[in-house]
Design a protein around this ligand. Structure first.
Ligand code: NAI
Length: 336
């Protein structure tokens, strides 16, 4: 099958090529660097499948262009599918596939890395020591043992993180409309969202971005939290209302923020913009806080995860070619 791979980085090319070559009936992969948008959708012409990533726009207008040029499958090389208009895809006869699980450990471990770095001010200590500044003022941390962490979304990643944080001796609270007995078995306790917000020292988001979870963390939610709370988001940017986050940081209500995702990351992340002036004033403000640590959507970025993503993506395309249905389809019903 001819596949147009959008938003290609060197690592995508390497891992997808390896997974494709491992198959006898490999596909014809056309690697394209641009992000998928209305301006670039034409580059997918003649490709029966389009392979896309988290910040590729698959709204109705883009899907219409793809459908008109013969695209029958959108194979997302990620777990989240909030960037696809699933209803439009169905109307246009385009199947959508994703990689539901590749390495939940990768994201959970990155979340733990953000928590530990913020908690012990490792990001500040690193810069200080390089400058010959060995003073400890401002680096005071807190023990994780005995602290309460609230996990919003106890799916694959939430469960991995529960295991990790229980290892540190944390009390783990969870909120999820679908409860998993494994969470309780690991020593977690399910509570309602209000309870989680008001009782947690650390709140971390691992639910998908849907209309229901958009701006889940807003001014009201922050108002209900403990003073000095740590907020971590490695889920999707728009789970958090960034302006409310900044207000909470300025007032001192929020003690630490760790982000791997950002509402408007599409214009920033995955590119080297070090020679340019950042035009996003909200993002620029976030960067000024000493108690904010941001990574550029790299939680998934381990070799194990990239191998699994590439293999499942190729499997989705192969199965669609053979049966008309990808191995891991995404449908509009999954939003309910
Ligand atoms: P999953 O599907 O295994 O788990 C998601 C959980 O969230 C489910 O248990 C679901 O019931 C729950 N949920 C749904 N609505 C909720 C709500 N309103 N409140 C609380 N919980 C709710 O997904 P997985 O693999 O754990 O991934 C979670 C999210 O992490 C993905 O949707 C994706 O957006 C994000 N992600 C981020 C990555 C990164 O590199 N930063 C990489 C992979 C995923």
């Amino acid at each position: 099958m001819r596949v147009a791979v959008f938003s290609t980085k060197p690592y995508d090319r390497e891992f997808l090529t390896a997974a494709n070559q491992a198959k006898v009936d490999g596909h014809e992969l056309r690697f394209l660097e641009p992000r998928l948008s209305l301006d670039t959708a034409q580059l997918g012409h003649d490709a029966a499948a389009v392979c896309a990533f988290v910040n590729d726009a698959l709204d109705r207008s883009v899907l219409e262009v793809l459908a008109a040029s013969g695209t029958k499958l959108v194979a997302l090389r990620c777990a989240g599918f909030n960037n696809v208009d699933l209803a439009a895809a169905r109307e246009l006869g385009i199947a959508v596939a994703r990689v539901p699980a590749y390495s939940p450990e990768a994201v959970a471990e990155h979340t733990a890395a953000l928590i530990l770095s913020l908690n012990r001010n490792i990001h500040r200590a690193y810069a200080r020591v390089r400058e010959g500044n060995f003073a400890l003022d401002g680096l005071l941390g807190f023990d994780l043992k005995g602290r309460t962490i609230g996990i919003v979304g106890t799916g694959r990643i939430g469960i991995c993180l529960t295991r990790i944080m229980r290892g540190f001796g944390c009390m783990v609270l969870g909120f999820d409309p679908r409860q998993d007995p494994e969470f309780t078995r690991l020593g977690g306790s399910y509570v309602d969202l209000d309870d989680l917000l008001s009782r947690s020292d650390i709140i971390t988001l691992h639910c998908p971005l849907t209309p229901q979870t958009h701006h889940l963390i807003d001014a009201k939610a922050i108002g209900a939290m403990k003073p000095g709370v740590m907020i971590i988001n490695t889920g999707r940017g728009a789970l958090v209302e960034t302006r409310a986050l900044i207000k909470g940081l300025k007032s001192g209500k929020i003690g630490h923020v760790g982000l791997d995702v950002y509402e408007e990351e599409g214009d920033l992340f995955f590119e080297n913009l070090s020679g340019q002036i950042i035009q996003d004033d909200i993002f620029a403000r976030l960067l000024t806080f000493p108690n904010v640590l941001i990574t550029g959507h790299q939680a998934f970025f381990t070799s194990e995860a990239l191998t699994a993503i590439a293999e499942t993506t190729i499997q989705n395309i192969s199965q669609f070619e053979q049966t008309g249905v990808p191995a891991h389809p995404v449908s509009v019903e999954m939003l309910a």
